[in-house]
Design a protein around this ligand. Structure first.
Ligand code: TYD
Ligand code: MG
Length: 426
């Protein structure tokens, strides 16, 4: 940093004179910001999560556990781009060119047009990128490349950092959009992609359960768009298919059995109806199980405490399982009420009134039901799929069955507002 020194930098006659040689400064309004042309991958959900497509010269990290579909997604995107005449390159450090071809055959004819380089030596990869000058390049995966100047094994923190840094330098120089694929274990522990988060422009996370067809793509960081967006896919024989009306599906599949409730959630700017299921069962363990999938475990603990203290529904020493159906993950406060109603319904063995019964709302520690964002969009989505009388916090608006407290919400959803049997007390 240079500081203006001597008289040259001082205010003279009320105005600042820059020291000779100092870099001129511009107000933000004078900075030219040409709108960037984005490269559409042709996969609507992916483009939306990216903020409108890939930005030339940007570095995107696509993380996810093995087998989730990262290679499939990137192969499909490159195929579509190649189909529009865009120059692409797929660097595979994991699979042989034959293996990549076999996958591409299942995807689309365009996927077979993508040039592939099966290579793990960083210098060879950089050479290929510099020579072929693609507009979009996928490196699958960043953990398999090796920089010969460093001693660590491929995938070690030092190697991953160096590989990413060198690729980034080239990408920025040549305005190449690069997608780095990285494996992350469930707890994000594996050395590798996490250390790159600060370096790249965009971090996408591909998640879901391997055994189930639904996959969710989220932006954890995005310098060129919102991090609230999420895209939903289904893994099929011919690759990943965008799930455009997920709400319709989840509502149709909702079981309406005791322990089931439909949550009107927000996935970024989009409303999504998902089924939340709970099971409360006698435990054989001293410390009963609290198992969640698609939710934060601490959230369940909190809701169980509120349910016991303010809702009169205790689960005591029984095991509690709560699952967001379809492998979707819900990370918003509006899920509290769904957890509470599903657990209460499961604990009582009674299906909720008007099942599938819909709800949303955050629970406060004193048992109050708190307002959450975009009630009108949630209610409209519910109405569109035939759900009426959504239980929601006060102030949510027309069409909602408003409740101020957890107790009011509970009495709204149980067929008779009888008091709980004593056997269910904590
Ligand atoms: P893959 O993209 O190789 O996962 P990742 O690169 O994240 O490790 O694909 C994962 C799984 O998807 C694989 O087990 C096979 C399955 N799959 C399909 O079901 N249909 C398809 O068309 C393709 C290409 C893969
Ligand atoms: Mg792969």
């Amino acid at each position: 940093m240079r500081r203006a020194g001597g008289a040259g930098g001082r205010a003279v006659g009320g105005s600042l004179r820059a020291a000779p040689g100092a870099a001129p400064l511009l107000a933000l309004s004078q900075v030219s910001a040409a709108s960037v042309e984005r490269l559409q991958t042709g996969i609507g959900e992916l483009d939306r999560v990216l903020g409108g497509g890939l930005v030339p010269g940007s570095l995107v990290l696509l993380g996810g556990s093995p087998g989730i579909g990262k290679s499939t997604l990137t192969n499909m995107a490159l195929g579509n781009l190649a189909g529009t005449g865009c120059k692409t390159l797929y660097v595979s450090g994991e699979e042989s060119a034959e293996q990549v071809r076999l996958r591409a055959e299942r995807l689309s004819p365009n996927a077979l047009e993508v040039p592939v380089l099966a290579e793990t030596d960083l210098d060879a990869v950089l050479d290929a990128i510099a020579t072929h000058a693609p507009a979009v390049c996928v490196v699958d995966s960043v953990q398999t490349l090796r920089c010969s100047e460093l001693s660590g094994a491929p995938g070690s923190v030092g190697q991953v950092r160096e590989v990413a840094a060198q690729i980034m330098e080239l990408a920025k120089q040549r305005q190449i959009a690069v997608v780095l694929v990285g494996h992350v274990t469930k707890d994000g522990a594996l050395a590798g992609p996490r250390v790159l988060e600060h370096l790249v422009d965009c971090v996408l996370q591909f998640e879901g359960e391997r055994e189930r067809p639904y996959r969710e793509l989220r932006a954890l960081k995005n310098r060129f768009g919102s991090t609230n967006e999420a895209g939903l896919f289904e893994m099929r024989q011919g690759g990943l298919v965008e799930v455009l009306d997920a709400s319709a599906r989840f509502v149709a599949e909702a079981t309406r059995a005791p322990g089931s409730v439909v949550l009107a959630a927000m996935e970024g700017s989009r409303p999504l109806l998902v089924e939340v299921q709970a099971l409360v069962a006698d435990s054989e363990l001293e410390q009963p199980r609290r198992v969640v999938s698609g939710l934060d475990r601490n959230r369940l603990a909190l809701v169980l405490a509120i349910l016991g203290r303010h809702g009169g529904v205790g689960v005591g020493g029984r095991d509690v399982f709560v699952n967001v159906v379809g492998g979707v993950r819900v990370d918003e406060p509006g899920v509290d009420l769904a957890i509470a109603l599903a657990v209460a319904s499961a604990a009582r063995g009674v299906a909720l009134r008007g099942s599938p019964c819909g709800c949303f709302g955050e629970l406060g520690l004193t048992g109050e039901l708190r307002w959450v964002g975009h009630p009108e969009r949630r209610l409209a989505e519910a109405a569109r799929h035939g759900l009426e009388g959504i239980v929601a916090p006060a102030g949510s608006g027309e069409g909602a069955h408003e409740a101020a407290t957890l107790r009011e919400a509970l009495s709204a959803v149980f067929p008779t507002s009888r008091t709980r049997p004593a056997s269910l007390a904590a």
